[in-house]
Design a binder for this molecule. Structure first.
Ligand SMILES: O=P(O)(O)OC[C@H]1O[C@](O)(CO)[C@@H](O)[C@@H]1O
Length: 233
């Protein structure tokens, strides 16, 4: 793992932007994207940059179950608001949270990933070490699947909803094997609330109890962390 320590959120986004400029100059055509608060400063930098995504494909990690792309809490909506409206891709895939048949929806998403190998997968990290919506205990062999969200994730995400009871309890997520299939991975973590998860991911054993710990076994992972997220390393 290559660890880049930065002072603050602004610097984390700047460093990440430089990594994207580099991989795009080197011919990347498929970007794996993430939601959550962490990537927003980077998406703002994308929007303000001269980068052109119109010939690229994006593949998002996850989506809440039961929300369609028009729903303001959906991750499709989040992506449109924060990035796609400013920097459209040739095609942007987000898992279908409203499919009537989740077996088909998960298989289709795996096929999309197989057909479009991800050049650079962007990740945040949950306080419990989750990546995508792959909660502790998820098999390292998992591909796209339906997830029961843990209470800790529901609580953490409640800030985006009017009432806690509005937070979906299930999601459709790319699996850990799908994430690991990306050629390069960039994980960004900022803030004290991520410090424990970062320490477990970097220094702890590789265990399904800490999904992000599997990244120790990927050959090309870069972690950008600010001082607060690095405080327990
Ligand atoms: O960046 P945030 O908002 O702290 O979220 C961390 C993680 O939680 C999720 O939003 C899912 O709960 C992930 O997509 C993200 O990586």
């Amino acid at each position: 793992m290559k660890i880049i320590k930065v002072k603050n959120v602004e610097e984390s986004a700047q460093k990440a932007l430089e990594i994207y400029q580099n991989v795009l100059n080197n011919g990347a055509r498929v970007l794996g994207l993430a939601t959550g608060s962490t990537p927003i400063p980077l998406y703002q930098k994308f929007a303000d940059s001269s980068l052109d995504f119109s010939n690229l494909i994006s593949i998002n990690l996850d989506e809440y179950l039961g929300l369609d792309g028009q729903d303001k809490q959906s991750y499709r909506y989040f992506m449109t608001e924060n990035l796609f409206q400013y920097k459209p891709f040739k095609y942007s895939y987000v898992p279908d949270g409203k499919s009537g048949n989740y077996e088909v929806a998960t298989k289709n998403y795996d096929q999309i990933i197989d057909d479009n190998p991800i050049d650079l997968q962007l990740l945040g990290i949950g306080r419990n070490g989750h990546i995508g919506f792959n909660e502790p205990g998820t098999s390292f062999k998992s591909t796209t699947h339906i997830v029961d969200l843990t209470q800790s994730t529901i609580d953490a995400n409640a800030r985006f909803f009017e009432k806690k009871s509005d937070v979906p309890t299930k999601a459709i997520s790319m699996g850990i094997a799908s994430v690991m299939s990306a050629k390069k991975i960039l994980l960004i973590a900022t803030g004290e609330s991520k410090a424990e998860a970062i320490a477990a991911m970097v220094n702890g054993p590789v265990t399904e109890s800490v999904p992000a710990s599997i990244l120790q076994q990927h050959s090309d992972v870069t972690i950008i962390i600010d001082e607060a997220a690095a405080s327990k390393l």
